[in-house]
Design a protein around this ligand. Structure first.
Ligand SMILES: *Cc1c(COP(=O)(O)O)cnc(C)c1O
Length: 375
């Protein structure tokens, strides 16, 4: 019976008439790059976050890379981060020959454990790179204390957490650290591809804008370059989508929270299934994906296959990245980060976007319960 139902989407951006209207306006304007819409998108994002400035870039990864450079991290430096993340969190360090030093995660927040992070700090450590995994705010007050004690800088990878509120009631990305957001198609707000980096001060912003644009200063001619730069620009076509999205960001976030709430209710009855931790006031997760953890010893691939047979896409999510082959030179071993590895082995993302109906959620919950009962 369920096989006749159309398949669900794992993720889906919400694009409406305003996005279309603004994109067409840019296309007709003739200003496709470094134009007024890019500036407007930056201003709108900065205003929404409550920060002085925001710099739009071509991806979240580009934003992280500019952040690493802005903090002056380079060869010989070590930076401490969680291995339970998307690979870009570590790759941005590798681009500048910085050593990623992994430390284990907290079993409830699934974010870098401050104690483990502090234990990983050595004389070579230059910084901490907290990630708000699955939109769950990292323990920034703790990391800022460690950073102050040990003379470290902080780069926040908030690419999964636009709209999250931290344990001190502040919007993630607004604490004055260099922070990054991403607008890939599955994020809370999307421009297709894109990112935003929040600079720590105006001088840093100026360098970031130059590095984004091939090392040109704002007042320079097209063929003048006063430093090494990259092409990390976001086009005005892309920025137009962003202007529309940030204009209704509160609504987008509320839509996702509503779906998460339904999932939490419907899945609570499934025995042994671990659900995302509830918020602890004033902290608030920003729902990026809906991750569940299967009981120890469950055949996750089998569960994913059974769900797939019923048109329900699910995905093993996330792996612990310390075991990836391109990081093998650092000598990380299996078993080194037991919490991250156990969570990674048991985690799975369910279909998650604001277009799901109550019926869709019921269908996923029933299928997941059946799949778990079957083995
Ligand atoms: C999405 C994401 C990024 C950036 O991704 P891009 O595809 O480069 O925009 C970085 N870190 C994390 C944790 C992410 O989820």
């Amino acid at each position: 019976m369920t096989e006749e139902q159309p398949p669900l989407d794992l993720a889906r951006p919400e694009i409406g008439p305003e996005e279309e209207r603004l994109v067409v306006e840019v296309l007709r304007s003739g200003r496709l790059s470094l134009g007024p819409v890019l500036e407007q998108f930056e201003r709108d994002c900065a205003d929404w976050l409550g920060v002085d400035d925001a710099i739009a870039v071509s991806s979240g990864t580009a934003g992280l890379h500019l952040g690493v450079r802005a903090l002056g991290w380079g060869p010989g430096d070590e930076v401490v981060l969680s291995p339970f993340t998307f690979v870009a969190s570590a790759n941005c360090l590798l681009y500048e020959r910085v050593k990623p030093v992994f430390a284990d995660i907290d079993p409830v927040s699934l974010n870098l454990d401050p104690e483990a992070a502090e234990a990983a700090v050595t004389d070579a450590t230059s910084g901490l790179l907290p990630i708000d995994i699955f939109g769950q705010p990292a323990d920034l007050p703790a990391f800022e204390r460690i950073a102050a004690d040990r003379g470290l800088a902080i780069l926040e990878d908030s690419c999964q957490a636009l709209g999250a509120i931290d344990s001190e009631g502040r919007k993630v990305g607004s604490r004055g650290n260099v922070s990054t957001f991403a607008f890939y198609a599955n994020k809370q707000m999307s421009t297709g591809e894109g990112g935003m980096v929040i600079p720590a001060d105006p001088a840093m912003a100026e360098v970031m804008r130059s590095e984004r644009n091939q090392g040109r200063a704002i007042d320079m001619d097209w063929l003048d370059h006063d430093r090494l730069g990259f092409n990390y620009r976001m086009s005005d076509v892309t920025a137009a989508i962003g202007v529309a999205q940030v204009g209704r960001l509160d609504e987008l976030l509320a839509g996702r929270a509503r779906i998460a709430c339904m999932y939490l209710e419907r899945l609570a009855a499934i025995e042994g299934l671990e659900l995302p931790a509830p918020d602890q006031d004033p902290a608030r997760r920003s729902w990026f994906v809906f991750p569940v953890r299967l009981p120890e010893g469950t055949d996750r691939d089998g569960v994913i296959r059974r769900l797939g047979e019923q048109g329900i896409p699910a995905k093993a999510y996330l792996p612990s990245i310390h075991l990836f082959p391109h990081l093998a030179g650092f000598g990380y071993r299996e078993g080194q980060f037991p919490v991250a590895e156990s969570v990674a082995a048991r985690s799975m993302a369910l279909p998650f976007h604001a277009g799901l109906s109550g019926g869709d959620i019921d269908r996923v919950a029933t299928a997941l319960g059946d799949a778990l009962a079957a083995g």
